[in-house]
Every structure is written in C-alpha cells, then in structure tokens.
Ligand binder design. Structure first.
Ligand code: ARG
Ligand code: ZN
Length: 887
C-alpha cells in the first residue's frame, strides 16, 4: 500500500503526556502506558487512531473503564476507537518478545542488553500509540529489571529516582521535560560501563556527558567523548544553540541497522561510530565518529526541538543536519585546504551514490511524494542531496544571511512539527528574498545538467558565458521546470592569476571580485564579463555550488591549467578528474576493441606535478591521485562493462606507477608519521598520501615494492597503516601474482588471529577480501561459512555481502550470473531476519538496465525470484518491484 504526501491529515487527537512502565524480561517485557489525550478540533479525523505492530494487547482502559472487544476495531497495524470523548485518559497494557525481535526496530536484545530503535515507526512495536511525528508529548518512564542482569537502566531526559525493589530487581525513573514525537523515545538496559565527565557550557551551566559501552571497551571511548564536546561547543559558537538537558548520553551497540539515532538525551549508536583507538580504528573511522557524533548531537535542535510534520519532510531534519555535520567537520580542520578536502570528499559521496540513485528506479525528490515503506527513504537523496539543497541557501544568502534564517526558523518553530516549506519561508523572510522557485529542489527528482558555453570577443575584451539547464525525466515527472541554481565561477588568466569579474561595461573595476555567484533561474541565460584582456580559462561551478552535472567542452590544456592554478580547490581537483575520466573512457573502448592501450605523457606530467608539489596539502594530493571509481565510470557509459572498466582503470594505475615510481617512492618516504598516533586531519592526510603511493607502487611489479607493504604491515603501529598495507597486498595487480600467494595468506591469517576479538576489525577483514578483485562468488560463499560470519549482525552482513555486491563490480557482474544468485539468496534470507537491511541489499541491482542484455536477463530473473518470494516484506517488495518496473 502506497502512502501519499498529498493525503496528509492532522491527527484526530493530541497526546499531552505519556507515562510508561516497563517490566523488562528478554522473553516477555510487560509495558503499561497511560496517555492523556485531547481532541484536535481542527482535524477531519474524528476517530482515535493508534498504531501497533507485533505486540500483544492485554488491557485497554478509556477514562478508567475497561474497553470491551466490541468497543474498538483492530487489525495487524491499527487500533481504532470511534466516538471517543474530547478528553481521554487511555491506559494500555502490552507485552513484547524482545529476544525474538531480529528486525532491530522497536525493543530488541543485543548481546543480552535491551535497546530500542523507534525511528521511523518502531514505537508502535512497543505500545499502541498515534505513532506519527506531529504528535508531540512529554514522557515519564519507569524501568524495572533484574539488578544483576541489567544493572544499568537508561531512558530519555533526567534520572529522577532509582532504587531497589527487594526481589533482586531494581528500578529507575526518567523524565524528559521536552515535548517529543514518539520516534525519539529510547530505553537501554543491561551490563554497560561508561566514560563520563562534567562539562561546562558557554553559559556556565554544567552538564553530565556519558559514553556507554560494553565492559572491555572503555579504552575506545575517548574520541567519541572529544567529538561530543567539540560538537557542543561548535553549535554554541556557530549557531548560538545550547544543550538543553542536564545530561547527554551516547550508548554503543554492535547490532544496529544504521549509523546512529538521535533519541532525546540518549543517542544510540552503532559501535562503528563510537569505538576507536589507534590499534583498532583507521583515520577514516576517526573521521566517521566525529561526524556522526556531531550529526546526532546537532539533531537535538534540528530534528528534536523542531521536528518533521510527517515523514515526507524527512529531509527537513536530515538534509539540514548533514549540512551542519559537514560544516562542523570542515570547521574543525580549521584551514581552507582542509575545508576543501572535506568538501571534495562529500561531493565524491554524492556523485558515487546519489547521482546513480537519481538515475535509477528509486529516484525520488528530496521531499518524496509517496512511499510504501518509509525506511526505504533514508536515502542519499534525502540526506546528501538534501544537504546540498541546504548548502545552496547558504551559498545564496551568505554566512550571515543563513544564520539569520536559522534564527528565525527556531524563533518561529521551536517545539513544533513543521515542513520543508516552513524552513524555506524562514530563510526567505529573514533575508527579504523570494525563494519560491527554489521549491523545485524539493519537488523535482533527477540530477539537472548545466551546459556552459564560453565565447571570447578579443576586439571588445568581453567573455560571454552562456548557461543552459535541463533535467531528465524521472518516474511520474516527465517535464521539469527550471531550478534556481547558484553557479559560482571565476576566470583564470594565462599566468594562473584571475580576472576581476565585472558584469557591466564601462570603466574597469580592478577591485571587482575574482569569484562570483551567478543565479541561473531560466532555462538559458547569458552573462558578459568585461575588461577580459585575453581568452580566459573558466573555472566553473566552484566549490560545487549546486548538485548538478556540468558540461563544458574543456580542452586538455585548459584542464591542465586549472589543475595547476585554480584558486578554487574543488575545481582544481575536478580538472584532474576530468582529465582522468576522459582517458579512462577511451581506454575502456580500446579494451573492448582489443586495441593496444597507451597513456599520454601530458596526463602523466600533469599528475606528476601535483604529486610532488610540496606546497599542496598531502590530503589534497591524495584526492587528485585517486582515479574516478569503477562505479563512476559505469555511470558514464551507455552500456556499462565492468570487466573492461576494471582493466582500463588497472592499466592507468599501472602506467602511472611505472612512470612515476621514483616520485611515489620519495612521496612514500617523505610522509611517514613516526611517533604517537594522532588522528588529526594533517597527520591523516600524510598517511593517506603515503598509503596512496604505496598502493600505486604495488601496481608496478617489483619484489622491492612488495616488501615495502609486507614490512609496513608488520611494523605498523596504527590500524590505518596496517589496513593500507593489507589492502595493497590484496588489491594491487603485482601483489596478486602467484608467487605472493603464500604471503597473502600469511598476513590475512595474522590479521585475523590478532584481532579476532575486535568485531569492528574483523568486519574490515571480511571487507578487504570482499572487495579484492581476485575474490569470486565461490570465495564469498566460502567466507559466509566462516565461523566469524553472521548474516543476522548487520555490520557483518554489510562487511562481506554488501561490500561484494556494491564495491567489487567486476566480480559481482561475473558473466555466468552466479553473483546475482548469491545476491538473491542473501536478500531472501535477510528478508526473514531483518527487512530493513534486506531492502538495502536489494538495492544492489538498482542499475540492472545499464548492463548488456545477457546480464540484464540474469539480473531480471534474480529480481523476479526475490519479488515472488513468499512472505516478502513491504520493505523489499517496494525496492524490487520498482526495479522490475524499469523495463
Ligand atoms: N535519524 C537517524 C540519523 O540520521 C537515522 C535513523 C534511521 N533509522 C531507520 N530505521 N530508518 O541519524
Ligand atoms: Zn540524521
């Protein structure tokens, strides 16, 4: 059943207060709930409608009177009371088998401890409730449990009472003073320990910060705690937003469907985004923790204090909060190139994941119009494209203007459940701007293309830039209207400096800015720049000022010029990517035609210059040296050919390694980071460049380079260097030669033995193998039988199966279709255990129509097998049916 945005109706009843009592037993948890409700006279909905799923109902009392079975209607999803009075006290007794709950939604047990996940619609698996985000109430929660088994009892807000119950059981009573929607409810109970600290806010108020983990992990909580303190300070300084509670808790669990959850005052996290020390976590892990801790913390204002009216508005909180966490990470680096590096990484994620999503069966607007299962819409479009949409306000309104808009948004909507239109109105009103056309970024799906054409008039010293926009049709949206596109640009001179940009003729203004933001609102617009003394090289879509695909017919010489000189680091990097992309696509054709492969000196020279340029940030150089991924190449082709793509990319890497081996070697030597491990951006950047050099060196067949990796593996004192060495040995061509087989096996075994008790590191062990170009379907099936593998643990399933299906295209698209069968088996098995995770895996075949007919047929068969499986969840059904509807 499909739910439509246009069908929104306000709830028939509001809930003012929620009182809950839990008697926690893994097999049978008893829940008593008391709701104070009152009729919403403005609603067309006259009945009292509660949602409930997979729970046993024991008692229902309305204003003190037991409700007979005939007094309400009930089906698998809803409980409806008609003709209820205007004021209602509803008492509900339910019970749950949390230990049997493998969905990780609602109340579930992980490693003997209780956790909850209520977003989006998990609260209805705990009690009957108007479980929709526009119903906001205050909660008081009493937890009772066995004291030995569950010594720690946590819920949202403040702990107001605790004590013994006498019979080996104890209790804790929690009160959350802030109104919240039910999706922010949380409880945790079990054997946990915490790192805690009293923290002084800017206002002087003291708050208690805690990071809760399982015993034995307290040596991995410091970074999360530091990230939390940084987040608190950053939100005070950048947005004037203070933590509103006296206590803020983070709890880590190894069984979690997503990254983390912003429950009020009690954030629950996947261990992957909490636990880190130098022995077990990489630089990327450290950065991930910082941004996710920030993300969940920032939700306290953008999500919790102001929440979503309905789930179609999800990007209201997610797009905005991703924007905030990206800015947080950028600001923490504290310098311009560090910011640019972060920006490039974020753009890469958008292009690698969101652009394909927007071109495939799951394409949807940032604010979707319909869904069958809302959990399927926690997507890169809602999150990352949503963040780009927020960033465009920032670009259009400026730093101050954006802040004014945010201030007005909170002034108007604190304590409310609102829509994306309300956010847009606050941005517009605070700045006296008309942002009505901007609405199309929320309602139109698909990635717009902007075509730029430049023309230089040498006589008049005028450079004319013509911009046109178009957006491809997507499901249900045949014709798109023009978007309001902020288009940042500059014009480079021959010596690498930049022209002053003057849009009106007449006297020259040498003080005019060198970088400006054009506003493209029509289908086609022309801009004339005056006093341009010679033909410039245009630097376009600076800092990726809009989530579009830019077409401009650059010459190689222009791209090399931009790569060498552009003051905008994003465009500089982009120029290198364009040079590489062009060559890679040509080489793919050559591979397909069986022609000899060659790489031109001009390209090698352009990369060489960047690689050895000591004035450039090492992290930036690493980004330039990283070729467009196989997935990105496939997206650029009419008919994707993973095997030829793989070979072409391999060839370019090997040729660069061959031509630049001396440079790679010295870059390797010059960027060692001896001494105590530090995860900061500068040290991480050095390691990234050094390990990039290492991986290139291992493309070039020579015993000495193999030794380099082998030695680095055994001598590494941090996980970043250890994993990089291992990855080079498993992924690079020369390292894959048969004579190294024994040593490959040796390091893999060594790694497993050393880290077998560190689940997150064993995830890496599976992933590295899953993504190795030499790992085929048979080996994946073998690994699935490994004693450390488990499909039921989402992190482990992702580390092996998702990694193989999404990040090893040449093997996943094996000619015999055997990997599609593996995919189908895994989706069907996961469907029974955990529909949300199953639906994520189902998306690995999203792009099936992009492949040669023979592969398409096998993928269609695999999709059909899943679609016709008995007991298919609506999560998986929605994904595979949309995919099948592509053709
Ligand atoms: N709101 C969470 C976040 O962005 C994501 C939780 C989504 N969970 C889900 N089951 N759909 O941080
Ligand atoms: Zn979020």
């Amino acid at each position: 059943k499909t739910i439509y945005r246009k069908d929104y109706v306000a709830p028939g009843y509001w809930v003012d207060t929620v009182e809950m009592g839990f008697d926690l037993h893994p097999q049978r948890t008893h829940v008593a709930t008391r709701l104070h409700m009152r009729r919403n006279h403005d609603s067309a909905e006259k009945d009292l409608i509660l949602f409930g799923e997979d729970i046993q109902l024991h008692q229902l009392r309305l204003n003190g009177v037991d409700l007979k079975r005939s007094a309400y209607q009930r089906n698998k999803e809803r409980l409806i009371i008609s003709n209820a009075p205007d004021t209602v006290v509803l008492e509900i007794e339910t019970s749950i088998a949390a230990d049997k709950n493998t969905t990780m939604s609602g109340l579930y047990v992980s490693n003997g401890n209780f956790f909850t996940q209520c977003e989006a619609e998990g609260f209805r698996k705990i009690t009957y409730f108007p479980d929709r985000p526009d119903v906001m109430a205050t909660y008081t929660v009493m937890l009772r449990a066995d004291k030995k088994q569950f010594p720690v009892l946590l819920s949202n807000g403040n702990l107001i009472e605790q004590g013994d119950l006498g019979d080996g059981r104890h209790y804790a009573k929690w009160e959350d003073p802030f109104k919240k929607p039910s999706y922010l409810f949380a409880l945790v109970a079990g054997k946990l320990v915490c790192q805690e600290e009293k923290y002084r806010l800017k206002s002087g108020r003291k708050v208690l910060l805690q990071v809760w983990v399982e015993e034995g992990n307290l040596d991995k909580t410091q970074h999360a705690m530091d990230s939390l303190k940084n987040s608190i300070r950053w939100d005070e300084e950048r947005f004037g937003l203070e933590l509103d509670l006296d206590r803020f808790m983070i709890v880590a669990t190894s069984d979690f469907n997503m990254g983390a959850m912003e429950n009020k005052g009690l954030n629950i996290f996947n261990t992957k985004y909490v636990l880190a020390n130098s022995r077990t976590a990489t630089d990327a892990d450290y950065a991930g923790i910082e941004s996710v801790v920030g993300h969940e913390y920032f939700h306290n204002w953008t999500g919790n204090r102001v929440t979503c009216r309905d789930w179609f508005q999800l990007s209201l909180k997610e797009g905005l909060t991703v924007f905030r966490d990206q800015e947080f990470s950028g600001d923490l680096v504290g310098n311009a190139t560090g910011r640019a590096v972060k920006r490039i990484e974020d753009v890469r994620i958008l292009r690698q994941h969101q652009f394909p999503e927007d071109a495939g069966p799951m394409s949807h607007p940032v604010r979707p119009d319909s869904y069958a299962e809302i959990n399927n819409f926690y997507t890169v479009t809602v999150y990352e494209k949503g963040s780009e949409v927020v960033r465009m306000y920032y670009t259009l309104l400026g730093h101050e203007g954006f802040r004014k808009g945010m201030d007005l948004y909170f002034q108007r909507h604190d304590g409310q459940a609102v829509t994306c239109d309300d956010f847009r109105a606050a941005m517009a009103d605070a700045n006296g701007r008309d942002l009505s056309q901007f609405e199309r970024w929320y309602s139109q799906a698909g990635t717009p293309r902007v075509k730029a054409d430049g023309e230089y008039d040498a006589k008049r010293h005028v450079y004319r830039l013509k911009l046109s926009q178009a957006c491809p049709a997507t499901a249900g949206q045949d014709h798109k209207l023009p978007f309001h596109i902020p288009f940042a640009m500059g014009l480079l001179q021959q010596d690498g400096s930049e022209f002053a940009l003057q849009l009106e003729s007449g006297k020259a203004h040498p003080q005019a800015p060198r970088s400006i933001i054009l506003e493209l609102t029509q289908e086609t617009q022309e801009f004339e720049f005056h006093h341009i003394e010679h033909e410039p090289t245009p630097s376009l879509l600076r800092n990726f000022s809009a989530p579009v695909i830019l077409d401009f017919d650059y010459s190689d010489a222009q791209l090399a010029h931009l790569l060498a000189h552009d003051s905008d680091a994003f465009c500089r990097w982009e120029a290198g990517q364009r040079l590489a992309m062009r060559r890679l696509l040509k080489l793919v054709k050559s591979v397909q035609n069986g022609e000899a492969l060659a790489l031109d000196d001009m390209f090698v020279e352009a990369l060489r210059k960047t690689l050895v340029d000591a004035n450039l940030d090492p992290a930036f150089r690493e980004l330039v040296m990283t070729l467009p991924s196989e997935v990105m190449l496939a997206e650029e082709m009419e008919i994707a050919d993973p095997h030829s793509i793989h070979q072409a990319r391999r060839f370019v890497r090997a040729s660069l390694a061959q031509a630049l081996k001396a440079e790679f070697l010295s870059v390797y030597q010059d960027h060692l980071t001896p001494g105590k491990y530090k995860p900061d951006a500068v040290s991480a950047g050095k390691r990234a460049l050094k390990n990039c050099a290492l991986s290139y060196l291992l493309e070039w067949s020579h015993e000495s380079t193999y030794e380099l990796a082998y030695t680095q593996y055994f001598e590494a004192e941090n996980m970043t260097d250890k994993v990089a060495a291992l990855s080079a040995m498993l992924h690079c061509s020369s390292a894959l030669q048969p004579q190294y087989q024994a040593r490959r096996a040796e390091v893999l075994q060594d790694f497993f033995d050393e880290f077998q008790h560190e689940a997150l590191v064993i995830d890496k062990w599976f992933s590295l193998q899953a993504c190795a170009p030499s790992t085929d379907v048979k080996q994946i099936r073998q690994l699935m039988k490994h004693k450390a593998f488990s499909l039921a643990n989402p992190n482990r399933a992702r580390s092996l199966i998702f990694a193989f299906c999404n990040a090893n295209p040449a093997q996943f698209h094996a000619a015999d279709g055997s990997a599609y069968e593996l995919w189908g088996d895994a989706v069907i098995a996961l469907n029974k255990l955990n529909p949300q995770v199953a639906a994520r895996l189902a998306r690995s075949l999203d792009r099936w129509t992009k492949y040669p007919v023979a592969q398409q047929e096998m993928m269609r068969a695999a999709l059909q097998r899943v679609a016709t499986t008995k007991g298919l969840s609506k999560d998986v059904a929605e994904i595979v049916n949309k995919a099948l509807a592509m053709k």
